[in-house]
Design a protein around this ligand. Structure first.
Ligand SMILES: Nc1ncnc2c1ncn2[C@@H]1O[C@H](COP(=O)(O)OP(=O)(O)OP(=O)(O)O)[C@@H](O)[C@H]1O
Length: 578
């Protein structure tokens, strides 16, 4: 299921909400810009007067000098204010953009994992990269320029109207064709740009999926098939890109004329009015100069209108991330003990396809429970329920009487944590990676955690010990080392209940068993639920739960279950004979 896109009204409300928090700075920038524009409007007025006096033969040299001096001064002051206004506008744009980006990142890192998984990472990556870049230019440069352009256009037209209303009325002729063009363009372009962004995200998704799993693609010999999938997604993105380029072409054809029109219209209209004696040469000069001054802001505004469409589509995708519904609502309830209970837990990844069919389970604090069963029987899904990664579709998973979904993420992880075979090593030192479990831990505490999981030998043998940089571009840890770092992180996090889902499956059987033994010392006193593929894990456990088709069909000690002669007994017999 794709991540949501914020509806137009919601996006608008949120955008205004962000802008409202900067309203004083907006007003300040606006005032500076108005002052700068007013300064630029003085020159055409004075030139108009000069032309009137010169054509009437009443202009003295002294008068001309004075006018020129005032024009130079006003233009200079205007340029200084304009520069200052631009600077303030750009810093305002930077602040708004930083705010938007922080908002997004905060939401992204707290998104319900289930929502990210079902949407696929391509969509989220597309939103945090392509879409953010698309609006970056608009917010940083566009918003300030749109303000400048709008203020310039409004005040220039007003100044022209004050100089000669009849003559300035000619400027309004440009309005209707631009309006008609926009009425056609806007409703088509936003959905087209949005579809383009989604198609780009799909390209991202299929390409990164193929690259990430290059070995699998190679092993299965499905390179050509993947090429076809990538080509199809690129073809889709390309056809949408062509369509939006065609839209822009039409837009620019009309707007290009609109951009040049004001001067032409005023000269023709002014000539007509002058021939009737309804406009003076001075007024025509002033209004023509104003019309010329309109060209630049009109041109820029046209460009930004198109950018707004591109960005609006991206903005609705970025703000859409905030629309992902929460999958938990912390109530502030405090668990009274560490006892975990599942009652009639049912779960479906997809509507109508139930994979857990009513599971009841009471964990005994401090016990080690092995969960065994055939592939697809729901062991990992049960682990995810216990770790609170996916809330159950119905029924309840509680700790100390409080449903896991009533706890905040941070609080939840203090109670229960899940370790799978996939462990990400973040760029940084080994100590940084372990410290993720408890940000305030000092080096001595980290060293103890590393020792607790038996990794001190190889860590100390590294050039800088636990301060050796690992992750992308640095030392690459083996899967087993990465797993040990993750387990050391867990020792620091110190939850009372741990779910190990094939946590040691990347290790060879001997190393796995050694690590599991070390772990059981490090995790002594904690409740450990282990999704087990190797049945010696079950033999070592206090109790064994056997899963079959989304149900727990047997629960007891290894000896009891072997003696019962049921499902587990046959699994055990088959395994011991291997
Ligand atoms: N993300 C998912 N989306 C949809 N269905 C899923 C998802 N993950 C698992 N399933 C389905 O849920 C059922 C239970 O899968 P689960 O991974 O929990 O079983 P398992 O016993 O852990 O299997 P294995 O030992 O192979 O890991 C299977 O039918 C599987 O296809």
């Amino acid at each position: 299921m794709a991540l949501p896109v914020a509806p137009g009204k919601v996006a608008m409300r949120k955008t205004f909400g962000i802008m409202a928090s900067y309203r004083m700075r907006f007003v300040w920038v606006l005032m500076l810009q108005i002052t700068a524009v007013l300064a630029t409007l003085v020159a055409p007025q004075l030139l108009g007067r000069l032309v009137t006096r010169v054509s009437a033969g009443t202009a003295t040299v002294d008068y001309v000098d004075k006018i020129v001096l005032v024009i130079v001064l006003v233009t200079l002051v205007g340029a200084i204010i304009n520069r200052f206004a631009q600077l303030r506008a750009r810093t305002l744009g930077e602040s708004v953009f930083a705010d938007l980006r922080e908002r997004m990142m905060t939401r992204v890192v707290h998104l319900p994992l289930s929502a990210v998984e079902s949407a696929g990472t391509g969509d989220l990556v597309g939103r945090t990269t392509n879409d953010v870049s698309r609006i970056e230019f608009l917010v940083r440069v566009g918003v300030p320029q749109i303000m400048v352009c709008t203020v310039t256009i409004v005040f220039t037209i007003a100044a022209a109207a004050v100089s000669d209303p009849l003559l300035a009325a000619g400027l309004l002729l440009v309005g209707p064709p631009v309006w008609a063009m926009m009425s056609w363009y806007l409703p088509i372009s936003v959905p087209a740009y949005r579809a383009g962004s989604a198609a780009d995200a799909r390209v991202n998704g299929v390409v990164s999926e193929t690259v990430d799993h290059a070995f699998t693609v190679d092993a299965l010999g499905i390179g050509r098939r993947r090429e076809e999938v990538i080509a199809a997604s690129i073809a889709e993105a390309w056809s949408l890109e062509k369509f939006t380029a065609w839209l822009r072409l039409r837009l620019y054809l009309v707007l290009d004329v609109a951009w040049r029109a004001p001067v032409v219209v005023i000269l023709l209209w002014g000539g007509f009015l002058a021939s009737r004696g309804w406009a003076s040469l001075g007024a025509i000069t002033t209004v023509t100069l104003y019309a010329m001054e309109l060209r630049k802001p009109i041109g820029q505004l046209m460009y930004w209108i198109d950018q707004v469409q591109v960005s609006q589509a991206s903005l609705t995708r970025i703000l859409g991330v905030e629309e992902v519904p929460e999958d938990r609502t912390p109530t502030g309830a405090v668990p009274e003990d560490t006892r975990m209970r599942l009652r009639d837990v049912r779960f479906s990844y997809r509507r109508g396809v139930e994979v857990l069919h009513g599971i009841d389970l009471d964990l005994v604090p401090g016990e080690r429970l092995a969960v065994v069963g055939p592939s697809g029987s729901g062991k990992s899904t049960l682990g995810r329920m216990l770790a609170g990664i996916n809330p159950p579709t119905s029924g309840s998973v509680t700790v100390g009487g409080v449903p896991l979904t009533d706890l905040t993420e941070t609080e939840l992880r203090r109670h229960v944590a899940l370790v799978t075979q996939e462990q990400h090593v973040f760029s940084g030192t080994i100590a940084d990676n372990v410290r993720l479990g408890r940000p305030d831990a000092d080096d001595a505490t980290i060293a103890r955690a590393i020792t607790a999981i038996g990794a001190q030998a190889w860590v100390e043998a590294l050039p800088d010990g636990m301060h050796t940089r690992v992750g992308s571009g640095n030392l690459t840890l083996t899967p087993a080392q990465a797993q040990e770092v993750a387990l050391a992180r867990l020792v620091l996090l110190d939850p009372h209940t741990l779910i190990l889902d094939e946590a040691t499956s990347l290790l060879d059987p001997h190393a796995a068993r050694t690590l599991e033994r070390t772990l059981s010392t490090a995790l002594a006193g904690r409740t450990v639920i282990e999704v087990a593929h190797r049945l010696y894990t079950a033999q070592d456990a206090d109790r064994v739960a056997v899963m079959l088709d989304g149900r727990i069909v047997e629960l007891g000690t290894h000896d009891e279950l072997v003696a019962r002669g049921g499902e587990y007994a046959s699994l055990w017999e088959a395994w011991s004979q291997e």
